[in-house]
Write a protein that binds this ligand. Sequence first.
Ligand SMILES: *[C@@H]1O[C@H](CO)[C@@H](O)[C@H](O)[C@H]1NC(C)=O
Ligand SMILES: *[C@@H]1O[C@H](CO)[C@@H](O)[C@H](O)[C@H]1NC(C)=O
Ligand SMILES: *[C@@H]1O[C@H](CO)[C@@H](O)[C@H](O)[C@H]1NC(C)=O
Ligand SMILES: *[C@@H]1O[C@H](CO)[C@@H](O)[C@H](O)[C@H]1NC(C)=O
Length: 190
Amino acid sequence: MAKTSEMSSIIFVIFFFSLFLPGNSHPFSRNLSMESLGLKQEKLTHLHFYYQDIVSEPNPTAVRVAAAAITNTSATGFGAVVMIDDALTEGPNLNSKLVGRAQGIYALAGLNESALLMVFNCEFVEGVYNGSTLSILGRNSVFSPVREMSVVGGSGVFRFARGYAQVKTFSFDLKTGDAVVEYNVYVFHH
Ligand SMILES: *[C@@H]1O[C@H](CO)[C@@H](O)[C@H](O)[C@H]1NC(C)=O
Ligand SMILES: *[C@@H]1O[C@H](CO)[C@@H](O)[C@H](O)[C@H]1NC(C)=O
Ligand SMILES: *[C@@H]1O[C@H](CO)[C@@H](O)[C@H](O)[C@H]1NC(C)=O
Ligand SMILES: *[C@@H]1O[C@H](CO)[C@@H](O)[C@H](O)[C@H]1NC(C)=O
């Protein structure tokens, strides 16, 4: 028993002092060149697609997962939380070419107005963007002609992304609640 604890003390002391040795291979921070991460000069990209919010049966891609006690009596549906895996298509028609999916959440965050908090990732499947994602976070006042949300980051070809999305309702079916929304996304990335 004594031997074991003596050994652990020695190992601890060696480990502790090794932190101060020069040439430590795991420093907390270091300066890097952009080239070392394979980063090219920053560029600006415009993406255009349609977001298909299908809430109706038989195959909804936006599903209410939570609500507040006042949600049903609130004129704005305040408190509802909806999980989405909505198709992103090249054209406004649901059957046009799929360019990605919007996966995340929107929540009805306006007590007296129709304002969504949206937080979702767009995963693209098209061309060089296949497998890359953009993370969008913002306020979507659905009855305004044009809404703007932030692109807060990205992955793959969209590493270091920042930008904004301007969105316009293309169509809204009052009977089913299904909506098609046009997205124009402007994004800086490397
Ligand atoms: C990184 O570069 C800055 C500016 O040249 C310098 O002040 C800093 O000490 C460097 N940091 C490290 C960890 O080398
Ligand atoms: C609100 O309405 C939905 C569907 O109309 C129903 O499923 C749900 O139980 C209601 N919730 C409350 C808290 O009344
Ligand atoms: C919502 O409207 C009601 C009635 O007009 C008002 O009393 C309340 O302060 C408003 N709440 C917010 C958050 O705007
Ligand atoms: C996108 O990448 C996936 C996984 O690597 C691959 O299966 C798929 O065929 C690719 N799609 C396109 C449109 O290139």
